[in-house]
Design a protein. Structure first.
Lengths: 513, 43
């Protein structure tokens, strides 16, 4: 059973000022009151929007450069910015949106007068957003709704007297997120900022997905959202539903939606969920979408600051994938070859890797070398290595290669070659669920369409133990393959039938003679 | 019993490296006392 991958989108929202105030690590440092040195130093380690646009991993993510171009670049991307002609705001898959416009988009996604922007700032970003080819007129107008525009004095009062949080641009307050309830800890300004930023970045990904696919928003049937945020109130602290809220802003009036969660394994599980619904005919198409995470911004910045490096975790990431019935013309996602990390599999790296790669491949009669490219977690190692978290994609492909040797699929002497040929280099922002294999869906489909590869495996792993519910890890995987050409059904015209009858009659007449 | 016998161990695992439970399994028969084991995620 297969479904077609019609289109994909990948976007980044540059958010250094929001992140340096409300990213999990800086926010915690501020509230601990013990890390003033780090907080004072962090602004000096931020990169500008222009630098973020010239950063090769970011351009790879939005499709500004191809994965093959990225792979050919020398390491040390931060010290080797891309030339101007390859550093555009818009790429084949999406865009890198500047922070002021992102604040405007967050405001446009607010339905409850929770986001206030200073009037002149709102008007300026509304005009800028109007230039974005995917931002609708309705969204542009929402940024300048009177109820969302206020004087700075009112914004100050909201922050100082009613637990709001400032929004910053160029080092100055330009708005605030208001508290949603006087006592409910699920509706504090901080939680609401996280959720509204997740919604807004998800909207951007969905709008680019619709543009890339050419699908009329009215024809979208269903949305599955798979970020790591939890929206709800005290009675149901992660009740949802991001999917439907995102579809609403994107004008998908005939769509419904729901959320799928599973930490970093959420997106792969959402893809499987969506593919099963499309393959069964339950839905005619589904957009799998995820917005990004404010708390993950500058997660590793303590180490980056300590080592005098640029704090690169400044972009909120998002993605979208449109699944449709397989018609033999587009890359497909297979539903008969799924990796599943079971409860009983255990947490040993070998067991996890086996469950996600060897076992599904073996069941399908495939072997390790049949997969041209493995995409097992695509964190950018220029971010993770200085923080001591290593090169995550490389660690994963090494484990796959070692397992291939153990299963006698390759010789030990071939390991390094296997790693180079079948691995992927990480380029995704450390946004938790975003790097979890799914950034490579787009490049894999492009490479398949260009006839350069036949098959890729997307792998997502989730750290379930973070919620303190279980010590288990999780993981899931699926294969993307080249389409099988569907032969057009043979048609027979009236003339063909006449000719056949005459031929038979001729044969009969010949026998009678 | 090896050189860890009688020792107290703190095990800090990492999701994409070696997780805590895997280290616990390896060290089960070492004679050491595992007083803390956790797995963290830094990505």
């Amino acid at each position: 059973m297969k479904v077609g991958i019609k289109s994909y989108s990948y976007c980044l929202n540059h958010a250094p000022e929001t992140g340096s105030h409300y990213g999990g690590t800086p926010y915690e440092a501020f509230h601990s009151g013990k890390e003033q040195e780090f907080l004072d130093a962090l602004p000096k380690h931020l990169q500008s929007y222009d630098s973020a646009r010239h950063y090769a991993p970011n351009q790879t993510y939005i499709g500004g450069i191809s994965y093959e171009e990225f792979e050919a670049l020398p390491s040390g991307w931060v010290n080797n910015p891309l030339p101007d002609e390859k550093a555009n705001r818009y790429g084949k898959f999406g865009e890198i949106m500047p922070e002021d416009e992102f604040l405007g988009l967050i405001s446009a996604c607010d339905e409850f007068e929770l986001v206030w922007l200073e009037k002149s700032f709102a008007e300026a970003v509304s005009a800028k957003l109007a230039q974005d080819p995917v931002i609708t007129e309705a969204i542009v107008k929402r940024v300048v709704r009177p109820k969302n525009m206020h004087e700075l004095a009112e914004i100050d009062t909201e922050v100082k007297d009613r637990d709001g949080l400032y929004l910053y641009h160029d080092g100055k307050p330009v708005g605030c997120v208001r508290s949603g309830h006087p006592t409910d800890q699920c509706l504090t300004a901080h939680v609401l900022l996280e959720n509204l930023a997740g919604k807004a970045s998800g909207v951007l990904a969905l709008l680019h997905l619709l543009k890339n696919s050419g699908l009329d928003p009215k024809d979208l049937d269903f949305v599955i959202e798979c970020s790591e945020e939890g929206a709800g109130d005290v009675g149901q602290r992660a009740g949802g539903n991001f999917a439907k809220a995102i579809a609403e802003v994107a004008g998908c009036v005939n769509a419904s939606g729901c959320d799928v969660r599973g930490f970093c394994a959420g997106p792969v599980n959402a893809m499987i969920n969506a593919a099963a619904q499309v393959a069964s005919g339950a839905r005619k198409n589904i957009a799998v979408v995820a917005g990004g995470s404010i708390p993950k911004l500058f997660m590793n910045a303590r180490d980056h600051v300590k080592k005098g490096l640029i704090a690169l975790e400044d972009c909120v990431g998002s993605f979208g994938v449109l699944l449709v019935p397989d018609d033999g013309t587009m890359p497909v996602m297979r539903l008969d070859v799924l990796g599943k990390h079971t409860v009983g599999a255990g947490g040993a790296p070998q067991a996890v890797t086996s469950a996600l790669t060897f076992e599904p491949l073996q069941a399908a009669g495939l072997t390790f070398a049949d997969v041209d490219r493995y995409a097992p977690e695509l964190q950018n190692h220029e971010i993770t290595e200085p923080a001591g978290a290593g090169n995550v994609p490389l660690a994963n492909i090494k484990m796959i290669a070692a397992l291939a040797v153990m299963k006698k699929a390759i010789e030990k002497s071939e390991m390094m070659n296997f790693i180079k040929k079948h691995g992927t280099i990480g380029y995704a922002p450390t946004q938790g669920h975003i790097p979890a294999g799914v950034p490579f869906i787009g490049p894999a489909c492009e490479l398949i369409n260009e006839g350069k590869i036949k098959r890729s495996m997307i792998i997502g792993k989730g750290s379930l133990f973070l919620a303190r519910l279980t010590n288990l890890a999780d993981g899931a995987s699926f294969l993307i393959e080249a389409p099988e050409k569907v032969e057009a059904p043979a048609t027979v015209s009236k003339d063909d039938i006449k000719a056949m009858i005459l031929e038979v009659l001729g044969e009969v007449a010949g026998k009678l003679a | 019993m090896g050189k860890l016998a009688g020792k107290k161990l703190l095990l800090l695992g990492e999701r994409d490296g070696v997780p805590g439970p895997a280290m616990e399994a390896c060290l089960k028969d070492s004679g050491a006392e595992i007083i803390f084991s956790a797995t963290e995620c830094f990505v």
